[in-house]
Write a protein that binds this ligand. Structure first.
Ligand SMILES: [Fe+2]
Length: 310
């Protein structure tokens, strides 16, 4: 077993493959006996999720050992603090755990090699696509990360049956189709013409098409969220005018989180609402624009966070 000092030195070496996201760095260390070892560094203030990677193989390893820092995890509704030396063994654990790093947290991550390799390569590709979104502007970057984080939390509260990857990818890439829309239309400060509005609406189907043609399975699987995130509960949304339960729960979640984030953020075409005004808007839109179950759970979640949105 390597010492912590050796691990840190290894991490500094640039040639080790890394996946860098907005909240973490995963550094590949090496493999032995079918297990891959990597260092998982969480940035201060970041929230991430641990969950079992379902697979058909009986022998499966997914283990996290805290090396530095304190990690708060939400385990079956209880908040537990993990310290260096503590281990989360997710090998047979189907629950989704929310992890919050108040400070930099270093974790030794052990995983069955073939699962790790597939997931590492996929994450590299997903990050490359995510960077395209991040390059658009600061708003888009923070907006997408917030939508993902709050959507996952809300999804976890309502229906943790689907895969975490699907809601995570679908919510982060919900507006990927906007990359195909001219910026002067997207950020137009004055009223949009009918023709321009039609173009904007196309970001749902364009984005879904982009994802359905992707070679990564979990991106293809998340396309429906992108396609449906502007549908409305009363059937007056787009692109298809789906109603009520015809709209997936995942897309209904993203719709609520996306609308709330848009309301509370300054945009080129209007100023931000206060949190209280936005909460009222959500209540007013319950059962018309938004799925009522999702709105109720969203408002509950917000209240537990002392109505803070950041
Ligand atoms: Fe959108």
């Amino acid at each position: 077993m390597l010492t912590i000092k050796q691990l840190q030195d290894l991490k500094q070496k640039m040639h080790l493959p890394k996946v860098v996201t907005d909240k973490s760095v995963t550094t590949y260390i090496g493999s032995a006996n079918g297990i891959t070892y990597s260092l998982y560094t969480l940035f201060p203030g970041s929230t991430s999720w641990i969950n079992y990677h379902p697979n058909d193989h009986v022998e499966y390893t997914e283990k996290y050992t805290i090396l530095f820092g304190e990690l708060e995890i939400d385990k079956d509704g209880d908040k537990i603090i993990l310290y260096p030396g503590d281990v989360i063994d997710a090998s047979m654990d189907h629950a989704v755990h929310t992890c919050y790093a108040k400070e930099t947290v270093e974790i030794l991550f052990e995983m069955t090699s073939f699962v790790f390799e597939r997931s590492f390569t996929e994450r590299e590709i997903i990050q490359r696509d995510a960077r395209k979104i991040q390059e658009v502007d600061g708003y888009t970057y923070h907006h997408c990360a917030r939508i993902r984080d709050y959507s996952i939390e809300l999804w976890k509260r309502i229906s943790p049956q689907e895969s975490l990857a699907v809601i995570s990818i679908g919510s982060y890439f919900h507006d990927i189709g906007k990359l195909a829309i001219p910026l002067e239309v997207l950020n137009k400060p004055s009223k949009l013409t009918n023709a321009e509005w039609k173009v904007i609406k196309m970001h749902t189907t364009l984005g879904a098409e982009l994802m359905r043609n992707h070679h990564i399975d979990r991106i293809r699987k998340a396309a429906f969220i992108v396609e449906e995130h502007h549908e409305r509960y009363d059937g007056k949304g787009y692109p298809y005018g789906l109603m009520g339960s015809e709209i997936s729960l995942e897309a209904s979640i993203v719709a609520v989180v996306d609308a709330f984030d848009a309301m509370t953020t300054n945009r080129v075409y209007r100023g931000a609402m206060t949190i209280e005004e936005a909460i009222q808007e959500m209540k007013d839109g319950k059962g018309t624009q938004f799925n009522p179950v999702v709105v109720d759970e969203f408002l509950k979640m917000l209240e537990e966070k002392n109505n803070k949105w950041d």
